[in-house]
Design a protein around this ligand. Structure first.
Ligand SMILES: [Zn+2]
Ligand SMILES: [Zn+2]
Length: 356
């Protein structure tokens, strides 16, 4: 936050710091009437120890920019410079947003609650994610739902513990919880239109201490990923209903906790169409590709719910060293991808502000 704010000040802006934690917001007004464009970069790292042997590797064990958000910060700071340099050809305002805590999907919400956009009347939102899944020199974008809504839940199946040799004297939560897991797997496969992508994954199953003890309870954790808001609400209700009924069928009770994550990232079709034209000029028509829907989430969704906009992916892969998955200890980017990202974002912003 300090480095970003200092750089913005050096460039002549007056950033607001500590927005929603460590967020930074800076507004640049051209002084000419026009639209207000918001450009966002997330900036958080991950609890990963870097395994790359490069001079710019993380110096903090257990902390690494394994998703490329450090690149997002560098790109947006460069875009600030370009926008300021081109100010004479632009109209309206730009709001530069540097957001913390994307990985734990809290940052955007915290910044909005702290009034990051209050009184700014944003017309367009734009942002990007670097991508090791795409080649350097390419950009991928999708109109409509592009990234999934992400919710998580915790279910505790409660029985009655006792001796493993006397199950009839107990209420076994292990068997009941196993049945809950299987029942939940029918909600997507049997109750949801196959065209409407969604996923329910149970990712944690904990209970018991020894081979000869039936435990009191089993704790399950999982996640729901959806694109359609109606499907999201329906599956949430059905997960809780089916888990409760299944537990009850096997004489257990159920405790449930639902943790609402972010909605789906939905790109406005007209914004995407406009961006595609700009991108074609930057990287060539053949390098503007259609992004497949992503089951992962991003709290860019909350900024995109403030105004229409476009979130796109910029390729940073050019070989084995730069093809590691995001969040992997060897994740790295081909920095030529950063230059492409700067050109794309600066051109996207300038296009919305009536510049060239
Ligand atoms: Zn990530
Ligand atoms: Zn990320």
């Amino acid at each position: 936050m300090g480095i970003i704010a200092a750089r913005l000040r050096e460039l002549g802006l007056e950033p607001r710091e500590a927005v929603g934690g460590t967020g930074v917001v800076a507004v640049f007004d051209t002084g000419r009437p026009g639209v207000t464009v918001m450009a966002r970069a997330d900036m958080d790292a991950l609890p990963v120890t870097e395994e790359n042997d490069v001079e710019y590797r993380s110096r903090v064990p257990g902390k690494m920019h394994a998703c490329g958000h450090d690149g997002h910060v560098a790109v947006l700071l460069s875009v600030v410079e370009i926008v300021l340099a081109r100010a004479a050809q632009l109209a309206g305002r730009v709001v530069f947003v540097f957001q913390p805590a994307e990985e734990i999907v809290r940052g955007a919400r915290a910044m909005l609650e702290d009034g990051a956009l209050d009184g700014l009347d944003v017309d367009h939102v734009i942002g990007l994610h670097l991508s090791s899944n795409h080649e350097v020199g390419t950009v991928a974008v999708r109109e409509g739902p592009a990234m999934a809504a992400t919710d998580s839940f915790r279910l505790v199946v409660k029985g009655r513990g006792g001796h493993a040799a006397y199950p009839h004297a107990c209420i076994d939560p292990i068997v009941a919880a196993s049945q809950v897991v299987l029942s939940l797997q029918t909600l997507v496969s049997r109750e949801t239109d196959p065209i409407d992508q969604s996923v329910i994954s149970i990712t944690s199953f904990h209970g018991g201490t020894a081979f000869n003890i039936i435990p009191e309870e089993v704790e399950l954790k999982g996640t729901l990923r959806t694109f359609d808001a109606g499907t999201r609400a329906r599956l949430r209700a059905r997960i809780l209903e089916v888990a409760e009924a299944t537990a009850k069928l096997l004489r257990c009770s159920l405790e449930q906790e639902w943790s609402e994550g972010t909605p789906a990232v939905v790109n406005d079709p007209t914004s995407v169409e406009r961006f595609r034209k700009v991108a074609a000029q930057v990287v060539g028509d053949e390098n503007v590709t259609l992004q497949a829907p992503i089951m992962g989430g991003d709290d860019m969704a909350l900024w995109l719910s403030q105004a229409r906009g476009c979130y796109f992916f910029v390729g940073t892969s050019s070989g084995p060293d730069t093809s590691w998955a995001h969040h992997h200890p060897r994740f790295d980017v081909d920095e030529r991808g950063l230059e492409v990202a700067v050109a794309l974002l600066a051109s996207g912003v300038a296009d919305l502000m009536g510049g060239d």
